[in-house]
Design a protein around this ligand. Structure first.
Ligand SMILES: C[S@@+](CC[C@H](N)C(=O)[O-])C[C@H]1O[C@@H](n2cnc3c(N)ncnc32)[C@H](O)[C@@H]1O
Length: 306
């Protein structure tokens, strides 16, 4: 049985895991700061809010990583003044270097989601992508988001794992793991030296940093308990996530140098196409709980604590 870790240990593991991941993070996850990345990020905001995102003057990102959300939102003109925080100094350094390369001016700080070094009511938008599932004390974190947000301000969190979606995605992962030797033989893509040991260590750490998966109701209840109103949770990615995890699991078993470009193009292009299909056909019709990712949005109202 897995050992129960203290909140301090989880924060420390997150810092070390993401420090180690930072230099190769963008390449691993295909993070883009051009039109494709901007389209994805603005699309997630639109999906969460069910409307075209308004412009925001001051934004704060929690667990900003290498800048996927904030840098794309700056480039798309959705936010004017972005503050990006992360618990991992390695991620903050990668974000700063991406911002410099793109000629963008951002404020950065190393900060834990549960203890934000900002005055009350400092921001118009508090946002995050794929971060809440790493945070040990979510009631404390949501109380902080509420505190630093001005009245009438908004929170948006996207890319949070859904409990049922995560279980469903285990099927393509297991299938791909079984088929991996045949796939490698077909593409003549050998197993990388030390692959087995490295991957089992990496996966052990991953299980320790991914501490929550949410039902839509549970995610909404954290926001409501902190005083937010107009809380809405939606689901995204079903076929795209199955396709993506199937291919990613195959690729992860091979020497990365020997995975052919043709395969990479097929995997990336197919994923983008299925994202469109999910978004246009399945997401408006099926319950949020079965999708792989959840998106949350809510408002801080003047009278929210009265
Ligand atoms: C899966 S990555 C996502 C990064 C980025 N938002 C993106 O979508 O590419 C999760 C990020 O959350 C950060 N993180 C983990 N625990 C945190 C905490 N308690 N407070 C703030 N950031 C945290 C990690 O360091 C990491 O950069």
């Amino acid at each position: 049985m897995a050992r129960v870790r203290s909140a301090e240990e989880i924060r420390d593991l997150n810092t070390r895991y993401h420090d180690a991941a930072a230099p190769t993070y963008d390449a691993k996850w295909g993070i883009d700061f051009g039109p494709v990345g901007q389209g994805q990020v603005v699309g997630k905001l639109r999906k969460a809010m069910r409307a075209n995102p308004a412009g925001y003057r001051r934004s704060l990102e929690i667990g900003a990583g290498t800048g996927y959300f904030s840098l794309n939102l700056l480039r798309a003109g959705i936010v004017q003044d972005a503050t990006c925080t992360d618990i991992s100094p390695g991620m903050v350094a990668s974000l700063s270097s991406n911002a410099r390369r793109l000629g963008l001016d951002v404020r950065t700080a190393r900060a834990d989601a549960e203890s934000l070094p900002f005055a009350d009511e400092s921001f118009d938008l508090v946002l995050g992508h794929a971060v809440l599932h790493h945070v040990p004390n979510l009631p404390r974190a949501f109380a902080e988001f509420h505190r630093v947000l001005r009245s009438e301000g908004r929170i948006v969190f996207a890319g949070e794992p859904s409990l049922i979606g995560d279980r469903l995605a285990a099927v393509p992962k297991r299938t791909a793991a079984t088929l991996a030797p045949i796939w490698r033989a077909l593409w003549r893509a050998g197993v990388a030296d030390g692959e087995t040991a490295d991957r089992s260590h990496h996966h052990g750490l991953e299980a320790s940093v991914d501490i929550h998966a949410f039902s839509p109701g549970a995610l909404a209840s954290y926001a409501r308990a902190a005083g937010f109103r107009g809380v809405s949770v939606r689901g995204e990615e079903l076929l795209a996530s199955w396709f993506g995890w199937f291919n990613r699991t195959l690729e992860a078993t091979a020497d990365p140098e020997r995975v052919p470009m043709l395969w990479r193009r097929y995997a990336y292009g197919g994923y983008l196409l299925l994202q469109q299909l999910d978004s246009r056909v399945l997401e408006p019709r099926l319950p949020a709980a079965i999708f792989y990712n959840l998106l949350l949005t809510a408002r801080k109202e003047v009278s929210s604590r009265s």
